[in-house]
Design a binder for this molecule. Structure first.
Ligand SMILES: *Cc1c(COP(=O)(O)O)cnc(C)c1O
Ligand SMILES: [Zn+2]
Length: 408
């Protein structure tokens, strides 16, 4: 809290106090947290960060809440794995996987919810809520449990079983809405006016979004205080994508790391819901909403709240936006699992397939440091891969086993 000076409209620049607000009263632009970077610069150092806990809270000085008051499930500082096998296959010598599938509720959403939930408690809310494409559900429910708060989780009715169970188990009230995520989100925006609840990604969105910066910080630190040349990030609302870049950028501007060149930011989506990619390819400055129909349900946002800023980030970093055909999503999941021993969810399949396409098209130099972000766990999207992985069943005899494996 110490280094937050307030909120500011990203469009007209009007300033607001650090309260549970998310849109500008004048122009309806989204609000963003403003920091006192001069004060941060005086305290921030690599040594101070390295003395911190092995969680996202080591970056406390750059976050809008005090670590001391955190609802702390020990999120973050997840492995950055050098992907030597996959790198060899794709002709990339410096390929890394940021494995955020191993967070407490098995997705990167724990980063954003850690901040939003802590902030919600600070503001005096007793109920956490969210509109979720799946992973946010589990994370909000888990943090509410830890904080002793109530939670209402709104999801589209056709989510994967693992995501529904993975929220309900924490004691949350899970509400399946007959509609798409965009319908769920609209409903929640209306409910937020009626109920005094902390909707983490609606009325607390400015704080929530800041949590994703920690992915950028971690990658820089784990690369040995180097900035990557390429980041390949899945995009739904586009918030994560813009905040990974913001995190890297803050480290550079605070002098914590030397930028040797620009980090190119690449947003990835599945073809069945790719409004950001479509806008990028068409050269539009704004995203046109689509009706999602994709296996990558965690990315199924047809009207991305941060689409405009994602496009600006692509432009600012000479990045790109890449979509992959639906059938390549499962290929990507299998590729990562079989080459690197990491089981990502469908969003991860999107990222790995997009990475493969980019490598094949020569969009990534063979010695360029490239980080692929795996943001959710494959055990939550088993439906996607069920049909492509079959165990063999045998009688408990050597003969039966040998007959079954014969020819494999
Ligand atoms: C929510 C989610 C994303 C994208 O988040 P946005 O910030 O809305 O773009 C990416 N991957 C997974 C697994 C997610 O659950
Ligand atoms: Zn404004």
């Amino acid at each position: 809290m110490a280094y937050v000076s307030g909120l500011r409209c990203r469009e007209c620049g009007r300033e607001y106090p650090a309260e549970p607000l998310n849109v500008c009263d004048f122009c309806f632009g989204p609000l963003e947290v403003v920091y006192d970077y001069e004060a941060i610069r005086r305290v921030a150092s690599r040594e101070r960060i390295q003395r911190g806990p092995l969680t996202m809270w080591r970056y406390e000085d750059l976050l809008p809440v005090d670590a001391e008051r955190a609802i702390n499930l020990h999120t973050g500082f997840t492995p950055l794995v050098k992907a030597t096998n996959l790198g060899r296959l794709l002709g990339l010598n410096e390929l890394y996987i940021k494995n955020d599938a191993v967070n407490p509720s098995y997705s990167f959403k724990d980063r954003v919810v850690s901040i939003a939930a802590t902030k919600a408690r600070e503001f005096g809310f007793d109920t956490l809520a969210c509109a979720s494409t799946g992973n946010l559900a589990g994370s909000v429910a888990a943090h509410a449990a830890k904080a002793g708060m109530k939670s209402f989780i709104f999801i589209p009715h056709d989510l994967e079983k693992g995501k529904v169970l993975g929220a309900a188990i924490y004691g949350a009230t899970v509400v399946a809405v007959k509609g798409s995520y965009d319908d769920v989100n609209r409903l929640c925006s209306e409910l937020a006016d009626t109920y005094h609840w902390a909707f983490v990604n609606i009325n607390l969105r400015p704080y929530y979004a800041e949590g994703s910066k920690t992915l950028g910080y971690e990658v820089v630190e784990q690369l040995g205080w180097r900035v990557p040349d390429h980041c390949i990030v899945p995009a739904a609302s586009g918030s994560l994508f813009t905040k990974v870049w913001k995190g890297i950028n803050e480290f550079v501007s605070l002098g914590l790391v030397q930028a040797t060149g620009t980090t190119h930011m690449h947003a990835t989506q599945a073809e069945g819901c790719s409004p950001i990619v479509t806008a990028y390819q068409a050269g539009w400055t704004h995203v046109r909403p689509v009706r999602p129909k994709t296996i990558a349900k965690s990315l199924a946002i047809g009207n991305p709240a941060d689409g405009f800023y994602a496009l600006k980030t692509i432009q600012a970093t000479s990045g790109s936006a890449v979509s992959v055909p639906e059938e390549e999503v499962v290929e990507g999941i299998k590729l990562l699992a079989e080459y690197e021993g990491i089981f990502g969810e469908t969003a991860g399949g999107v990222v790995v397939s997009a990475l493969r396409r980019m490598a094949q098209q020569g969009a990534i130099g063979k010695d360029e440091v490239t980080v692929a972000f795996i943001t959710g766990n494959g055990l939550k999207t088993q439906e996607a891969v069920e049909s492509v992985v079959q165990p063999i069943t045998v009688e408990p005899t050597v003969a039966s086993f040998q007959a079954a494996v014969n020819g494999r």
